[in-house]
Design a protein around this ligand. Structure first.
Ligand code: 5U1
Length: 688
């Protein structure tokens, strides 16, 4: 490149980065994924390093980031809030390079023992400084540009996890705690579900939602957002002897009552860092919150002080990234998927893109209204997000002719419309009254619905028919071998062995699995029928209440409403299902095929149960009981098993490698039991 070209490129990069930084830090409404911003930033940094004459004082590479939003009082930080150097090489080499650099800067000889590092997670949220004076929270501020932030004290006070007073008899005169406000993935999903249900625009990702909530001028709105916090460092300190290591400092912060993430370790040398990076990478999808990497810090505070800072980044710390969870790609097409209940879902076909550690080529668009709200059309450059084991999603479109350099939309791209006929069976598509969903009216005439109904029926939590997977169901339905659920039980080895990729042995295994599935429970059978609105928990409640299928099929809406957690919509759906003679016929034929379960007297059975009315949460691996077994025992004793810990949880049963549910239980003061404790509870008399 000629010098002029370098200059032009540097200007263009600065302009784009300024634009994106404003969208990200000030408006909390980014137009491009972080990975794209990082790429542009790294390009400008490299260009400036190679051509220092291009460096300008206003270059985005010269500041920490952020600006004070109008409407907030500026807060001058007593100790500057630094940013952290980022190691973008996501392989082990990133950790090794940091260790080598630290050892060189400390002038350690090659044979000096490995250094101790505090290894932590890098939370994807908003950095905050909490100022405690004699143990009382007096101020909370954002980082802003590192020197001056925004006073967000009122908003931060709404976050229940942040103590308003430290737990200490003689608290420090001044203790500034630094950390990250973030939003858990489940809280974010719930928030978006509620937005969707109300036909409102969904939030883009947990990070921006959390940042937007903290930088809200109306704290009443912040209070409605489920925010969380983790502490990871200090600002100004007076009247407190800080422990000699960073890891012990975090222990001390936890003892003061501040939330400190338990996924942290003291790692020995480069090998320890590599292990931590790998272990957290493997755990990343299961974590209840988003991280974009891990952070390594020299553990000894004395060594941190020797290392000092370069510009505004400490030499003793680095963030080591993981593959980004948001990336840009092209929307190649939109197809319609027909689900078990006939619901039509638009699915995006994407140019394959590596995101969140896997290659993604499809993403859900939820429904046509959400698609319109996002304003995406075929051919657009879009942002795809894949975090945790959540289905990949399109979060939005990269702006037309924007500073990010994406090409403007082709003219005459038609707006996507839902088809009037089912793309699978050509039955009429109905738009549900008052609702946002479109549904195929074909019922079991529709091959797609039949396939999904069969897969649901055979599922592990339903009739548990091993070996009846996607490919086989596809063949059985397409060949017309199976039209209704009872047809499954008429399948013979010979008939199955004639199918593609089906050896005689697999055919025999499937027939055996079908025979085995005939002995089941009423709850599983009800769930397997695929009645709309009847999930696993409702099926169990119905089975417990009615004890047998005859009583349930005869029950009117009033009687159904007596069942725990059954409301009018669910009751009407159950009634409508059994009012259909075809459905009753399916139940009879399945019973005639030999499906059976132990009947009970239902809730008329008044034998007192030890766990009646109690909700338990299981976490970690128990020594002898599998999760399903523990759940079955709890339910048989009248209890319920929930997926997350709340104030309503009665007990948390924790086994080896219990995760954040255990932390939450401790935080809320909920009784934690091991397997022996659970067994004792099951054996106890009711209400003991
Ligand atoms: N866990 C953690 N995240 N984080 C972010 N520690 C940490 N430290 C930071 C930042 C920006 O900065 C200090 C190293 C100054």
């Amino acid at each position: 490149m000629a010098d002029d070209d370098h200059d032009t490129r540097a200007r263009a990069l600065r302009e784009r980065l300024h634009h994106h930084a404003h969208r990200y830090y000030v408006l909390d409404a980014p137009e491009v994924p972080d990975a794209e911003y990082d790429r542009l930033f790294a390009e400008l940094q490299a260009l400036e390093a190679a051509h220092p004459e291009l460096l300008t004082p206003d270059s985005p590479t010269q500041r920490v980031g952020g600006r004070v939003l109008e409407g907030f009082t500026p807060v001058r930080h007593a100790v500057a809030m630094l940013s952290i150097r980022t190691e973008t090489d996501t392989t082990a080499a990133g950790a090794e390079a940091f260790d080598a650099r630290v050892r060189r800067e400390l002038a350690l000889p090659d044979d000096a023992p490995p250094l101790a590092y505090a290894a932590e997670l890098k939370f994807d949220g908003l950095a905050i400084n909490l100022r405690y004076v004699y143990g009382t929270l007096v101020q909370a501020a954002t980082r802003g540009d590192g020197e001056t932030g925004e006073d967000v004290t009122q908003n931060i006070r709404t976050i229940g996890q942040i103590p308003l007073r430290l737990f200490a008899d003689a608290p420090p005169a001044v203790l500034e705690v630094r950390g990250e406000v973030y939003m858990r993935r489940d809280d974010f999903e719930r928030l978006n579900e509620a937005q969707r249900a109300q036909g409102r625009k969904t939030y883009v990702n947990p990070r921006n939602t959390a940042a937007g909530a903290v930088r809200q001028l109306d704290s009443a709105i912040t209070a409605q957002r489920p925010l969380s916090f983790f502490a990871y460092g200090l600002g100004e300190v007076q009247g407190w002897d800080q422990p000699a290591t960073h890891s012990a400092t975090l222990d001390a912060l936890a003892a003061f009552g501040l939330p400190v993430c338990t996924d942290r370790a003291v790692a020995e040398g480069a090998a320890g860092l590599v292990d931590f990076h790998r272990a957290m990478g493997a755990k990343r999808d299961e974590l209840p919150f988003d991280i974009d990497g891990v952070v390594y810090k020299v553990d000894a505070i004395a060594l941190q002080q020797r290392l000092g800072f370069v510009t505004r980044e400490p030499r003793w710390a680095v963030a080591h990234k993981y593959p980004a969870q948001e990336q840009m790609t092209r929307l190649a097409g939109i197809e319609i998927q027909v689900g078990r209940t006939g619901k039509l879902t638009p699915v995006a076909r994407l140019e394959p893109v590596f995101v969140g550690g896997t290659t993604v080529s499809n993403a859900t668009l939820h429904n046509v209204f959400e698609l319109r709200r996002k304003g995406v059309r075929v051919g657009d450059t879009v942002i795809v997000r894949r975090a945790g084991d959540v289905i990949p999603e399109i979060v939005g479109r990269v702006g037309v002719g924007m500073a990010d350099g994406s090409s403007p939309r082709q003219p005459y791209v038609p707006n996507f419309r839902m088809p009037r006929q089912c793309p699978v069976c050509a039955s009429r598509v109905l738009r549900e009254k008052g609702g946002i969903d479109h549904r195929c009216s074909g019922g079991l005439v529709c091959g797609a619905q039949r396939k999904q109904a069969l897969l649901h029926f055979a599922g592990r939590r339903a009739m548990d028919i091993e070996g009846l997977g996607d490919k086989l169901v596809e063949q059985l339905v397409d060949a017309g071998v199976i039209r209704t659920l009872p047809d499954l039980y008429a399948l013979g080895i010979e008939q199955l062995a004639g199918l593609e990729r089906m050896a005689e042995k697999s055919a025999a295994n499937l027939v055996a699995a079908l025979a085995k599935s005939k002995r089941t429970t009423l709850a599983r059978f009800l769930y397997a029928l695929g009645i709309r609105q009847v999930g696993e928990t409702t099926a169990k409640d119905l089975a417990r209440h009615f004890g047998g299928i005859e009583a349930l099929m005869a029950a009117g809406v009033e009687k159904l409403l007596e069942v725990n957690d059954v409301g009018p919509i669910v009751a009407q759906s159950i009634r409508a299902f059994f009012d259909q003679p075809d459905n009753v016929e399916v139940v009879r034929q399945l019973q005639n095929a030999g499906i059976h379960w132990p009947e009970s007297a239902g809730e008329a059975d008044t034998t007192p149960k030890p766990l009646a009315g109690k909700t338990l949460v299981l976490t970690g691996t128990l020594p002898t009981l599998a999760r399903d077994e523990a759940q079955a025992l709890i339910e048989a004793a009248g209890g319920k098993v929930a997926g997350s810990v709340s104030r309503k949880t009665g007990y948390v049963v924790a086994g080896a490698e219990a995760g954040s549910k255990l932390d939450k239980a401790r935080e809320l003061g909920i009784t934690v039991l091991d397997e022996d404790g659970l067994r004792a509870l099951l054996a106890a008399a009711p209400d003991e």
